[in-house]
Design a protein around this ligand. Structure first.
Ligand SMILES: [Zn+2]
Length: 76
């Protein structure tokens, strides 16, 4: 059911989860701005949870708080 959020030009590359456009860890700032403009905060949080779920098996193991901040923390 999960799919990568459509963030316009700034889409996530898999499995690196870097931005296709600017090469920064996704969601980069333009991707965040785009997503925040597309949906309300609740939808945004749901979509980003789904994306974090997708990203976890792809990304090297790190502190869970890091991924949480990257995918969810900014949506508040
Ligand atoms: Zn980008």
């Amino acid at each position: 059911m999960t799919e990568i959020a459509d963030a316009g030009d700034h889409a996530a590359e898999r499995p690196s989860w870097d931005c296709r456009s600017c090469g920064k860890p996704w969601p980069c700032d333009p991707a965040r701005e785009y997503l925040a403009g597309e949906m309300d905060r609740v939808q945004l949080a749901i979509v980003m949870w789904a994306n974090m779920d997708e990203a976890i098996p792809d990304l090297p193991q790190g502190p869970p708080s890091e991924l949480f901040e990257r995918f969810i923390g900014w949506t508040h």
